[in-house]
Design a binder for this molecule. Structure first.
Ligand code: 5GP
Length: 189
């Protein structure tokens, strides 16, 4: 089996996490690459499941050790990175890697793995819709929500560089479309 990766990028609150969870559940030959981050865990998050949470110092040590395929400082002094060990582990299991990444990291992975990687951008209907979703889910502080919204405009400007752009107007429909696209890519059609 060819070693493949599927990259998902989107502004915060666009529905990316729900779509990824749906695909992981429906397609047993996919596995999530658990990133490392220096961000603090949210209330419902678990170390080693959602992320490998660590201090900025530990993250920087891993950078020095060349432990990352890619990493980005997504927010000021908040680092996120894809570990070589994660991707290798998933491929050794004979599975396709699913990645949740910021736009820069996503395009970097695409440029490394080329036709073995599929990059998908999830587009929210509007910035206003994002604001509503972020406020409603109440996972972040108001300051962090504002920071995420500001970043959204920058991220949206990257959409067209992705292999596929999915506009998420209706979550169930978007999940189905993503399922079809990902299944075809894994099947090699
Ligand atoms: P959050 O704090 O909401 O979990 O994630 C913030 C941003 O970091 C999201 O855009 C998410 O996709 C991105 N991110 C998560 N893991 C990685 C990673 O390993 N590399 C990069 N470049 N971005 C990541």
């Amino acid at each position: 089996m060819e070693a493949k990766l599927i990259i998902f990028s989107a502004p915060s609150g666009a529905g990316k996490t729900s779509i990824i969870k749906y695909l992981l559940d429906k397609i047993s030959s996919t596995e999530f690459s658990i990133s490392a981050t220096s961000r603090k865990p949210r209330q419902n998050e678990k170390n080693g499941i959602d992320y490998h949470f660590m201090s900025v110092d530990s993250f920087k040590k891993k950078i020095k050790n060349n432990d990352f395929i890619e990493f980005e400082e997504v927010y000021a002094n908040v680092f996120y990175g894809t570990l070589n060990s994660e991707v290798d582990r998933i491929w050794q299991n004979g599975k396709t890697v699913l990645l949740d990444m910021d736009v820069k990291g996503g395009l970097k992975i695409k440029s490394i793995f080329k036709e073995n990687a599929l990059s998908i951008f999830i587009k929210p209907p509007s910035i206003k819709a994002l604001d509503k979703r972020l406020t409603k889910r109440a996972l972040d502080t108001q300051k962090s929500i504002q920071e995420r919204l500001k970043k959204s405009e920058f991220e949206l400007s990257y959409a067209e560089k992705f292999d596929i752009v999915l506009e998420n107007n209706d979550l169930d429909k978007t999940k189905n479309t993503a399922f079809r696209i990902v299944s075809e890519f894994i099947g090699g059609k």
